[in-house]
Ligand binder design. Structure first.
Ligand SMILES: [Cu+2]
Length: 125
């Protein structure tokens, strides 16, 4: 009869736990690509940049700030929107699932130029 070394058992357990963690991380990385960060400023009464280029299926991570007054950022074609409040960065993830030219706009009344405060997302296939 062979005696099992408890240290060996512990090492095996640690090795298998480490393998599980690594496999989990790999799966997480594949399942959730980080996306491309698009930094955008909502000013009276324009978005900077006013045009964003993307590829179909590319994950965009909008990081928005509004230095002056509360704004909104809305991409109605992709059912995505967020409030953008001064002093606080807002994040919005969008994965354009089709090619085309789409309008994004401010949907929080912000003053006299509000109605024309918009920009363009150009998605290529
Ligand atoms: Cu507005």
């Amino acid at each position: 009869m062979t005696a099992v070394d408890p240290d060996m058992q512990r090492r095996d357990l640690l090795a298998s736990a480490a393998t599980s963690v690594l496999a989990g991380l790999a799966a997480w990385t594949i399942a959730a690509p980080p996306g491309r960060v698009v930094t955008m400023v909502a000013r009276k009464w324009t978005f900077v940049p006013a045009t964003v280029q993307a590829r179909k299926g590319e994950k965009l991570v909008f990081q928005l700030t509004a230095p002056e007054v509360p704004m909104g950022f809305s991409l109605p074609d992709f059912h995505a929107r967020t409030d953008v409040v001064p002093g606080k960065a807002a994040t919005l993830e969008v994965v354009p699932d089709r090619a085309g030219t789409f309008t994004f706009l401010c949907d929080v009344f912000c003053g006299e130029g509000h109605e024309t405060m918009n920009g363009t997302l150009v998605v290529t296939g």
